[in-house]
Design a protein around this ligand. Sequence first.
Ligand SMILES: Cc1cc2nc3c(=O)[nH]c(=O)nc-3n(C[C@H](O)[C@H](O)[C@H](O)COP(=O)(O)OP(=O)(O)OC[C@H]3O[C@@H](n4cnc5c(N)ncnc54)[C@H](O)[C@@H]3O)c2cc1C
Length: 375
Amino acid sequence: MHLERLGVLPALQSTAVDIRESVFFNRFGQLVYREPAGLFAGNAGPQLSIHRGHLQQILAASVQARLGDGAIATGHQVLSVDTTDQGVSVHSCDPAGRALPCVRGRLAIACDGIHSAIRRQLNPGEGEPVYRGVQMWRGTTVFPPFLGGASMVRAGWLSVGKLVLYPIRNNVDGRGGQLINWVVELNAERPQERDWSRTGLLSDFLPVFESWVFDWLDVPALLRGSALVLEFPMVDQDPLDSWTLGRTALLGDAAHPMVPRGSNGAGQAIVDCAVLAACLARHGLNEAALQDYESQRLPIARDIILTNRSQPPDAILREVHERTGDKPFERIEDVISHDEMAGIADAYRAITRRAVADPARFAGFAGLGSPDRPI
Ligand SMILES: Cc1cc2nc3c(=O)[nH]c(=O)nc-3n(C[C@H](O)[C@H](O)[C@H](O)COP(=O)(O)OP(=O)(O)OC[C@H]3O[C@@H](n4cnc5c(N)ncnc54)[C@H](O)[C@@H]3O)c2cc1C
C-alpha cells in the first residue's frame, strides 16, 4: 500500500514474485494448512517476494528521482549523533576509520539495523542482541517452479528441522526456472556472531534434510543447488520504552529488532517510514513529529516482537509436531481442526493489521519529498 503510493509498485511487480498462498507442511511433506495471500486473500495490495538487493535498487532509484543524485551518500559509518533544541550533528567515519566531516540537520533518523550504533548510544546499558536458541542458514537456488510457482512454504519444526522457502524472481534462466529463497532453521545451543555475509556449511544442516524428498519438491537437491550459504543466529532485543531522544529517532530494526518468524521485519520498517513521513507532514521537522511517530508505532512493534517469540504463524507447525509426536498423520483433521489453525494465523494478523488499520496515520505521507514538496 505505502510502496504503491510512492509509485514504485510497477517496478516491484515487474521484478518480484506475486505470492498467491501461504502453505504449511510437516517434515514428511504432508499438507497441514493452506491459505490465500496478498490480493488473492482480498487484501488491498499484493504480497511480493523480492531479492533484498533488487528492492534496495528500486527504492534508491525512486529516492534519486525525487530528491536528486546527491540525496544518497554511501561509505559513511555513523558513530554518534548530538541532538540539541535547534538540530542534530551526525558524526561518522569512512570504511578505513577516518573521521568524515560532521553533517548537521534538523532531525536524525537512525535506521542502521539490528546492531544500531545510535540505539546503543541512546540505551548504553542494553547490550548486544539476544540469541533465541535457533540457528539459521540461508541460500538462493535456481530451481523449477513448485506448487504452481507462487507459494510461501513453511515446513517441519525447529527441533527436527524447519524450512521456509519462497520464489523471489521468475524465469531467471530463460527456461522458466525461479530463484528460490530458502531458510533452514534448527534449534541449537551455539550462538554465532550475526553478520549478513558469514558463510555457512551445507554439512552442518543437510543431513537433517536428506530424507525430505517429496512428490512436490526435492528439498536436498534445492539446498545443494545454492552457490552460497549464509549463516545467522536468530536474535532479537527486548522492546524499548522510547525510540527518540530530542531530535533523534530510531526506525526499522534499530527500533524493533524481531525474530524473523512472521515475515514482518521489513514490512514494519516500511510502515515506520510511512507513519514518520505523515507525522513530518503534519507537524513539520521537529520533536513533536518524532513523538507522534513513536506513540503510534512503538506499542504495535512491541506486541509484534513479543508475539514473534511465542505465537507467530508457524505455531501451527509446532502444534502438529507435538500432537503427532513427530509422526506422519492419516488425516490432518484428526490432529488439529482447520478452524484452530485459521485462528492461530488470524490472531497474528490481528496484531500486524493494527499497524495499517487507520488510513489517517498515513495522511500526507506520499507527497513529502516529492519535487514540489521538498523536505
Ligand atoms: C534470515 C533472515 C530472514 C528474514 N526474512 C524476512 C522476511 O522474509 N520478511 C521480512 O519482512 N523480514 C525478514 N527478515 C528481517 C529483515 O531482514 C529486517 O527486519 C529488515 O532488513 C530491517 O530493515 P532495516 O532497514 O531496519 O535494517 P537493515 O536491512 O539491517 O539495514 C540497515 C542498514 O544500515 C547500515 N548500517 C549499519 N550500521 C551502520 C552505521 N553505523 N552507519 C551507517 N550505516 C549503517 C547497514 O549496512 C544496512 O545497510 C529476515 C531476517 C533474517 C536474518
